[in-house]
Design a protein around this ligand. Structure first.
Ligand SMILES: [Zn+2]
Length: 98
């Protein structure tokens, strides 16, 4: 059984407990888990976007698309956006809900 730390009294609390047995502080482990899942989806989306960017750029180069044409700019934008999402998602998963 995994233990977590109560944010109020810093006592050890089972992750499945709905409230801290020491001080009665309500635990929102379920909500945190749900938030973590949402951010996991963001991570997957970010990974896909980076994957698409990484694959698209060499293909565009092979096709002879120059750097200032929209497919190139779009691929770079997707790559950068995916990178930024993957950078912010782990921080976001640590944010308490609400
Ligand atoms: Zn407590």
């Amino acid at each position: 059984m995994a233990l977590t730390i109560c944010p109020d009294c810093e006592g050890k609390v089972s992750q499945s407990a709905k409230a801290c047995p020491h001080c009665g502080c309500p635990m929102f482990a379920m909500t945190v888990e749900q938030t973590g899942k949402d951010w996991k989806i963001v991570m997957i989306v970010a990974g896909v976007m980076m994957g698409v960017g990484f694959v698209a750029l060499p293909i565009l180069r092979l096709l002879g698309v120059s750097g200032n044409e929209w497919p190139w700019i779009l691929s770079v934008a997707v790559l950068v956006l995916g990178f930024r999402l993957s950078y912010f998602a782990p921080i976001g998963s640590l944010w308490p809900p609400g």
